[in-house]
Design a protein around this ligand. Sequence first.
Ligand SMILES: Nc1ncnc2c1ncn2[C@@H]1O[C@H](COP(=O)(O)OP(=O)(O)OP(=O)(O)O)[C@@H](O)[C@H]1O
Ligand SMILES: [Mg+2]
Length: 373
Amino acid sequence: MDALPDLVAAVRTALSTVQDPDLHRDLVTLNMIRNLRIEAGVARFDLVLTTGACPVKQQLEDQCRSAALSVSGVTRAEIAVSAEVPKGTDGKNVLPGVRKLIGIGSGKGGVGKSTVTVNLALALAKTGARVGILDADIYGPSIPTMMGVNRQPQVVERKLVPIEAHGIKLISIGFLVEERQAIVWRGPMLVGALKQFLSDVAWGELDYLLVDLPPGTGDVQLTLAQNAPLAGAVIVSTPQAVALADVRRSVSMFQKVGVKVFGIIENMSEFVCPRCGHVEPIFGVGGAEREASVMHLPFLGRVPLEIGVREAGDAGTPVVAARPDSVSARAFTAIAQRVAQRVSIAALSSPEPMPNEQSSNEPTQPTETGMPA
Ligand SMILES: Nc1ncnc2c1ncn2[C@@H]1O[C@H](COP(=O)(O)OP(=O)(O)OP(=O)(O)O)[C@@H](O)[C@H]1O
Ligand SMILES: [Mg+2]
């Protein structure tokens, strides 16, 4: 016998007491509960998260189950958990199939942006997300090497078809420009190439497109910020003072052009000797975390200096795939969850300031709804 409509309503009411801990709103309001139906005491519904990398996936599922079972007449709850990354609300439609475009930047070169990009990409893909990488580092494209790719992309119907490696779609500006030529490129050529890049690639449907940016605050970053619907940027730094000074410049550049900074990742935090286990903080530890707190930005986590990271990068299989149990691979996985979490929060947070949100992140910018943050 089918349940009475008021039993469905009662379960919906019970589910509306479950809050998303980041978005501070209930799951029913957030449209995360779908297809609720009840048959012979069994409540069935979909729990649609904003990312497969949701760090509180299990907690939310458990809370939904308890809420449903708290309604008298419900004896069992069957929950289908899935994820749907929210679509961008930006009007600039240069990348129609891409839900979230995320820049990976740094103030200084050589701090591990490309390493972070490939490993975050693989960690996100492991959660079921569709992920792409755009290697926009014209001066030193290293994504093809790190992903083990040395083919040229094909052109089909006047669009470049990304190359797939480790489940990730990728395009590198290095595929298109000769290394020596790139170095002499200046502003307008660079900007032109990048714009073409943005609109001439057949990305298909992607949940996340990560952009590996060149270091610093030059034309590439500005072109991207002005021509592409960036959801935001992540900044990579090593912990020492010289790198941190550049982080400040980088953050301020993104904020000036209206790009949200999701947070800071500290790379190469400490060296763990593979032989004796001795921990040596070569570049210091915790500098990026302190800097994040000074700038009121989320700290997204730290990755140790591990030989395996470099070896995996050189061998073309990022450490997240090559050695998933290593300290660094686990660190990248946790960081990917935090990045996905910040992206979801930015996409869905209400115009009112959130209790735990640091609104000083973007003091003068409007939010996506046009209301002051
Ligand atoms: N956590 C780590 N442990 C060990 N080696 C690392 C780590 N992170 C990065 N590396 C290595 O350091 C080198 C520089 O890293 P990477 O190329 O990712 O930096 P980058 O910021 O992209 O540099 P560039 O500014 O030149 O683009 C690479 O050889 C990489 O394998
Ligand atoms: Mg790089």
